[in-house]
Design a binder for this molecule. Structure first.
Ligand SMILES: [Zn+2]
Length: 326
């Protein structure tokens, strides 16, 4: 979101898109550099998908034990780290550590505790370094009417921000998703503008908390994974918006829709059509604003697809393996 005064910036979009694409590529190319310094009780190991992360980043955690685990929980900077297992009686549990877009760079301790089926306690700890994100900054001079919303508009936007905060504060204890996540638009492989900060007439706005995916008005917008619709309404900045709860504190956000095809309470499967791409809210051109929240941390949603697999890419691969018409 943070879509204040997006109007009047259309001409800068191409330049910005290129800068943001570079930033996204840089973010995605963060790989494993060194083995994280971590300690565990005997018989248990902790593995992170990367030893360091950056603002808006996401790490996949794997906790493995020589004995079946019945429970595992994690804590990082006063936030829960969601953990899950794929099969009962397993020795492997996975977790997701989301680093908020505005988390101060530094080193923070991750603590993981749990219990084996035979009642033994396990624990691990690791230092997770957070680096500054490489995000684009745009300086803009725009008409006053775009910078200063009316008192009614401010009140409305504040109420909607609080409503979203309340939604993200609620953690559904069950994992509703199952398998790989997908990018919500068919044929789209990447997005732009994550973390971009606009400085409007000298005043820095809040950073852009999602990625913008290109799409023409009317393009179907698909659910990134299975979940439950927890918001389906028009918001001041994001226009027609759908939020899907995937469980364990993981939410995906779909903004600027021309039409909403679901309602609050609907259970949706991966790929279900939530609505259509549009230009509602504070934008000039049609696109999909796609956001991801992991335990209240605003994270680049493309990283979730990267870490937990891309169901559309696999479908495309299968399709391209079939003989073509020629
Ligand atoms: Zn956006």
């Amino acid at each position: 979101m943070s879509l204040q005064a997006i109007t009047a910036v259309c001409k800068r979009q191409v330049r910005c898109a290129l800068a943001c694409l570079a930033a996204t590529v840089a973010l995605l190319s963060v790989g494993v550099r060194a083995k994280a310094a971590n300690t565990c009780t005997p018989g248990t190991t902790l593995r992170l998908s990367a030893p360091t992360s950056s603002q808006g980043g996401l790490l996949l955690i794997e906790v493995k034990s020589t004995k079946p685990l019945v429970e595992v929980q994690g804590e990082w900077e006063g936030r829960n780290v969601p953990f899950w297992g794929d099969i009962a009686g397993e020795t492997l549990r996975k977790g997701l550590l989301g680093v908020d877009l505005e988390k101060a760079p530094g080193e923070y301790e991750l603590k993981v505790t749990g219990q084996t089926a035979s009642g033994e306690k396990i624990s691990c700890s690791a230092r997770v370094a957070v680096r500054k994100g490489r995000f684009a900054t745009e300086n803009l001079q725009v008409g006053k009417q775009f910078v200063e919303p009316s008192p009614e508009q401010i009140k409305r936007a504040d109420e909607e921000r609080q409503k979203l905060r309340d939604i993200f504060d609620r953690v559904t204890p069950e994992r509703l998703w199952d398998g790989k996540f997908r990018i919500p638009l068919d044929g789209v492989t990447t997005g732009t503008n994550f973390g971009r900060r606009r400085i409007l007439n000298g005043n820095p706005g809040s950073p852009h908390g999602g990625v913008d995916l290109p799409g023409a008005t009317g393009t179907p917008v698909h659910a990134a994974q299975r979940g439950k619709v927890v918001l389906a309404e028009e918001l001041f900045f994001a226009g027609n918006t759908v939020v899907v709860d995937h469980g364990l504190g993981i939410y995906t956000f779909y903004g600027h829709l021309s039409e909403i095809d679901v309602k609050v309470g609907d259970a949706v499967e991966t790929g279900a059509v939530l609505g259509k791409v549009g230009a509602t809210g504070r934008v000039t051109g049609p696109h999909l604003h796609w956001g991801l929240t992991v335990e209240k941390a605003r994270v680049n949603p493309l990283l979730l697809v990267r870490l937990l697999g891309n169901s559309t890419r696999e479908a495309a691969r299968k399709k391209s393996a079939k003989p073509g018409p020629n």
